[in-house]
Design a binder for this molecule. Structure first.
Ligand SMILES: Cc1cc2nc3c(=O)[nH]c(=O)nc-3n(C[C@H](O)[C@H](O)[C@H](O)COP(=O)(O)OP(=O)(O)OC[C@H]3O[C@@H](n4cnc5c(N)ncnc54)[C@H](O)[C@@H]3O)c2cc1C
Length: 355
């Protein structure tokens, strides 16, 4: 039997499993999924978990079951590409014939001193739980500073306001407008929403240092009872440690078939892969579909298509609490309740198809 090992049961890893089972997997291939968590985590909802507006159970989905799927729960420490091996924290070594690396991303602190030690995170489920506890145990009228007003910072700030209206929430962003990757109309809509909901936005911020309960913006100290970092991501450390070609963001450069340039048996998926779009769950899923297509063709010794189609993304939706939202759908900007309803609907569908 050949062993396909999938590292990470995130959005990309789950889509690979969904497409291989029940009937795309050849009889002579066994699949081993490795994840540190005993469930698939809905990372796109971690902002709500941290804010305390949804329960832990709402962001977990069981992994699928199949006679030719083994699931190994454990922490991956490194990958030995020379010897086709994956090393786990408890010294166990797994051998692979084909490998898909989908380990997601981590916070990037841009070298800001004190940021890793003194800020909370929403990048992993464990970190989001710790953030939830810290934020929800704060006394009345405490100040929370959120660094970074991309999608996750914006969603966390608005959801937290809904959860704890007594808190003073400050959102720091480098740009002159928040959500710099969105059209200006959407940034203005969200910025106005924040102003009318009592969240302070600090534009043109430059966080130079973080200490326990103090944030330094352009070296000016700002007392904060809790600080959350949502100001950047980088690929998982296991991937950062790989001695392979990477792009300027540290993501692995791949062939058009999503495998390493010198290794047809190793594929890199999702937030760890260098792709022509910003990382997202949608992109990880689209890439997963193509990896399954390539893998199944290679297993059957079929010729690969000369080009794979460009991965099409439908858009991005963000929430502003449970009633309002914003987003771009097929390049059209939408705001308000419709955007929020659409986002909830997509989550519901995702859980329905994966639950
Ligand atoms: C708050 C927030 C909101 C977001 N909203 C959206 C959105 O609306 N739309 C969208 O498309 N994207 C959104 N994203 C981005 C999206 O979540 C990621 O792009 C997506 O999760 C990437 O999928 P992935 O399969 O690459 O990795 P992940 O889904 O992160 O999965 C990685 C898996 O690897 C496992 N793992 C990691 N390290 C190890 C290790 N050392 N050992 C064992 N297992 C390990 C993890 O447990 C996890 O299961 C959001 C992200 C955040 C943080």
């Amino acid at each position: 039997m050949k062993n396909l090992v999938i590292l990470g049961g995130g959005y990309g890893g789950m889509r690979v499993l969904q497409r291989l089972f029940p009937n795309q997997l050849p009889e002579d291939v066994h699949v081993t999924l490795v994840d540190k968590a005993p469930y698939h985590s809905l990372k796109t909802e971690f902002y709500a978990l941290a804010a305390g507006t949804i329960s832990d159970q709402h962001v977990r989905v069981s992994f699928p079951e199949h006679p030719r799927l083994s699931i190994r729960y454990g922490f991956i420490t490194n990958i030995d590409l020379e010897n086709n091996q994956v090393h786990l924290e408890d010294n166990e070594v797994l051998h692979y014939d084909d490998l898909i690396i989908g380990l997601g991303c981590e916070d990037k602190y841009h070298g800001v001193p004190g940021a890793p030690e003194h800020t909370y995170s929403i990048q992993t489920i464990d970190a989001s739980r710790a953030t939830y506890q810290a934020l929800n145990n704060l006394p009345a009228h405490a100040t929370v500073s959120i660094v970074g007003a991309g999608l996750s910072g914006v969603e966390l700030a608005s959801e937290l306001k809904e959860s704890r209206s007594d808190l003073n929430i400050m959102l720091f962003d480098r740009g002159k407008l928040i959500l710099s990757s969105f059209p200006e109309r959407l940034s203005n809509y969200v910025q106005d929403w924040f102003t009318s909901n009592g969240i302070e936005i600090v534009n043109n911020a430059n966080i130079t240092r973080v200490e326990q309960n103090t944030l330094y913006n352009h070296d000016e100290p700002i007392k904060s009872d809790a600080i959350v970092w949502t100001a950047g991501i980088q690929p998982n450390k296991v991937v950062r440690d790989l001695n392979v070609e990477k792009d300027t963001q540290g993501r692995v450069v791949l062939t058009k078939y999503h495998n390493l340039p010198n290794n047809e048996n190793v594929y890199v998926l999702g937030d760890c892969a260098s792709l022509p779009h910003a990382p997202s769950a949608q992109l990880a899923e689209g890439q997963a579909e193509q990896i399954v297509q390539v893998l199944t063709a290679r297993w059957k010794n079929e010729e690969l298509p000369t080009e794979l189609p460009t991965i099409k993304l439908k858009g991005v939706l963000g929430s502003l609490g449970k009633k309002h939202g914003f987003g771009l759908v097929n390049d059209r900007a939408i705001t308000g309740r419709v955007a929020r309803l659409l986002k909830s609907g997509i989550l519901w569908m995702y859980k329905y198809h994966n639950g």
